[in-house]
Design a protein around this ligand. Structure first.
Ligand code: LER
Ligand code: MN
Length: 271
C-alpha cells in the first residue's frame, strides 16, 4: 500500500530548499495529520537534535509514521560528504550518517543520502569519486544490516552531483557492489531532468526503489507543474511499490497551501 508523507525541515540553514513545513515540529505534525497524511519525512541538524521519546509521543498522538530522515544537514552545516578527498571529512560524514540512521531506525525509518554523496573530481579522476562513494556505502550498508533498516541512496540531477543521475546508474552501482540494504530514491523532480522516460525507468528499476520524492517538474507541489503524473503513479502502483510518496517540494505559495495541494494530488493520482 503506497503511503503519503510530507517533509518537515528543522534546519534554518536550508531554508531556501524544497521542504514543505518548517520549524515547529509539533504544529507541523498536527497540520500533516489534519490533512490526512500517513507520515512525515524529517530533516534535522543531526541524529540527536530531537528527543526520540518526544518524537515517539508526537507520532503516536498524531497517528503518523516516520517515513524517512534526511541527512542533508551534514553537508549544509558541516560540509561533510562521502567523496571528499580528505579522509577525515569522509570519516566524519560516515559517522554523521550512522548517527542519523540510528535515530531513524528507532522508528523503522531509513536515512536518505542525497547531497552528502558529494561530487567526484571531473575528468580522468571521476572513478576515484565513485570508488570513495562505494567505500563509504559499504560501511553504511553493513550498518543498515545491523540496525535492521534500509538505507536510501538518491540519484540527483546533474547540477547537484556528477556521481549518479538516473535510477539505472544507481541500480547498476548497487548490483556491482552487492549492497544488500541500500535502495534507491526516485525523486520525481530529478527524474524529470535526467530520465529519458520516467515511467520506463520506474518499471525497470522497481525492485530497487525504496522511497519516492513527490514533486512536479518545477519542484513545486504536484499539480503546479507539467509532469504527467498519472502514468508515473500508475507505474508505481502496477509494479508493486509499497513505500512512501513523500512531498519534497518548494513550500509554494506557502507551506499550508503546498501541503493541501500535495495531499489533493496524492489522492487524485494514487486512488
Ligand atoms: C534531497 O532529497 C534532494 O533531492 C536534493 O536535491 C536536495 O538538495
Ligand atoms: Mn529528493
Amino acid at each position: 500500500m503506497i503511503k503519503s508523507a510530507v517533509t518537515i525541515a528543522l534546519v534554518p540553514q536550508i531554508k531556501t530548499g524544497p521542504w514543505i513545513f518548517w520549524e515547529n515540529l509539533e504544529e507541523s505534525m498536527g497540520k500533516a495529520a489534519a490533512l490526512g497524511f500517513d507520515g512525515i519525512e524529517l530533516f534535522t541538524a543531526s541524529g540527536n537534535a530531537i528527543d526520540p521519546e518526544r518524537l515517539r509521543t508526537l507520532l503516536h498522538q498524531s497517528n503518523l509514521g516516520l517515513a524517512a530522515v534526511g541527512t542533508g544537514a551534514g553537508k549544509v552545516i558541516h560540509g561533510l560528504t562521502l567523496t571528499d578527498t580528505n579522509i577525515t571529512i569522509r570519516k566524519n560524514a560516515i559517522a554523521f550518517i550512522q548517527e542519523m540512521m540510528e535515530f531513524g531506525a528507532q522508528f523503522g525509518a531509513p536515512a536518505i543520502i542525497g547531497s552528502m554523496q558529494g561530487n567526484a573530481i571531473a575528468g580522468e579522476k571521476h572513478s576515484i569519486g565513485i570508488g570513495l562513494l562505494a567505500e563509504g556505502l559499504h560501511i553504511l550498508d553493513q550498518h543498515a544490516a545491523s540496525l535492521g533498516v534500509k538505507l536510501i541512496y538518491e540519484p540527483l540531477n546533474r547540477y547537484e552531483t556528477n556521481l549518479m543521475n538516473t535510477l539505472d546508474d544507481g541500480a547498476a552501482f548497487i548490483a556491482s557492489n552487492k549492497f544488500n540494504n541500500i535502495q534507491l530514491l526516485a525523486d520525481l523532480f530529478h527524474m524529470n531532468i535526467e530520465e529519458a522516460d520516467p515511467v520506463a525507468s520506474i518499471q525497470k528499476n522497481i525492485e530497487h526503489i525504496g522511497h519516492v520524492h513527490f514533486a512536479d517538474s518545477n519542484r513545486k507541489p504536484v499539480g503546479f507543474g507539467h509532469t504527467a503524473m498519472q502514468p508515473i503513479a500508475n507505474a508505481l502502483m502496477e509494479y508493486g511499490y509499497d513505500g512512501y510518496v513523500s512531498a519534497e517540494a518548494f513550500p509554494w505559495p506557502d507551506p499550508d497551501q503546498a501541503a493541501a495541494q500535495t495531499i489533493r494530488s496524492f489522492k487524485q493520482f494514487f486512488k
